[in-house]
Design a protein around this ligand. Structure first.
Ligand code: CA
Length: 221
């Protein structure tokens, strides 16, 4: 998967390039809007686009990139700038991440947009478990499993962060939008238990959603 970063802050470009390369992405970048139009090619799978560029606005560049390359775009917006977010989404951006962001959060958004836009396979497979994110279908050992919207969202958060420890705070933050109503620490425990009951071979000895004592949870396998 090839990513293109358009950002004039060299520190952000350097850190992101190192991190994304380590995650298996191919990364190219430009620090201006004109540099982006010159450097982009049709094989780019996703663009990370800064809003404030030296020679113009990322907002103006987004429709142009979409028109020329039909590529998904994630805006890197200034923190707390709600109007940026709204404008970005109106201009056809696929998602946005507010600065400063944690690289792992960005990667999770990138993976999710790549799947949603059909650039990456919509199927995630772990031993015994198969999740088709396009059809929102989960199968366990070949049998379809029925999850509530929140259980499903929670499962996707785990799968998008494979190999990493997720604190309870992080999980609450991630499922907040999907919940519709208040999810507190106790209900999170209940949701994780229900999810394990549905997807684990032995919920008492989980192999997929592991507890990391004192820290949170982590996807095994
Ligand atoms: Ca900038």
């Amino acid at each position: 998967m090839k990513l293109f970063i358009v950002e004039d802050d060299p520190g952000i470009v350097e850190n992101l390039t190192r991190f994304l390369t380590g995650e298996g992405f191919e990364v190219a970048s430009a620090r201006t809007a004109s540099g982006a139009l010159e450097g982009m090619s049709g094989d780019v799978d996703l663009v990370l686009l800064d809003v404030g560029l030296p020679d113009g606005s990322g907002f103006a560049l987004c429709p142009e990139l979409k028109r020329r390359f039909g590529v998904p775009v994630i805006f890197l917006t200034a923190s707390g700038d709600e109007s940026s977010v709204v404008t970005g989404l109106e201009l056809g951006a696929d998602d946005y991440v507010a600065k400063p962001f944690r690289p792992r959060e960005l990667v999770s958004r990138v993976r999710s947009v790549l799947r949603r836009t059909g650039r990456a396979s919509s199927v995630i497979e772990l031993p015994g478990l198969r999740v088709d994110t396009e059809r929102a279908q989960v199968t366990k050992n070949g049998q379809e499993v029925y999850l509530s919207a929140l259980e499903y969202k929670l499962l996707l958060v785990f799968l998008n962060n494979r190999g990493r420890v997720l604190t309870r705070g992080k999980l609450l933050e991630e499922i907040w939008d999907a919940a519709g109503d208040f999810v507190n620490d106790n209900t999170l425990t209940v949701y994780i238990k229900r999810l394990r009951d549905k997807i684990e071979d032995d919920p008492a000895d989980p192999a997929i959603i592991l507890t990391v004592r004192g820290l949170g949870y982590k996807v095994g396998l």
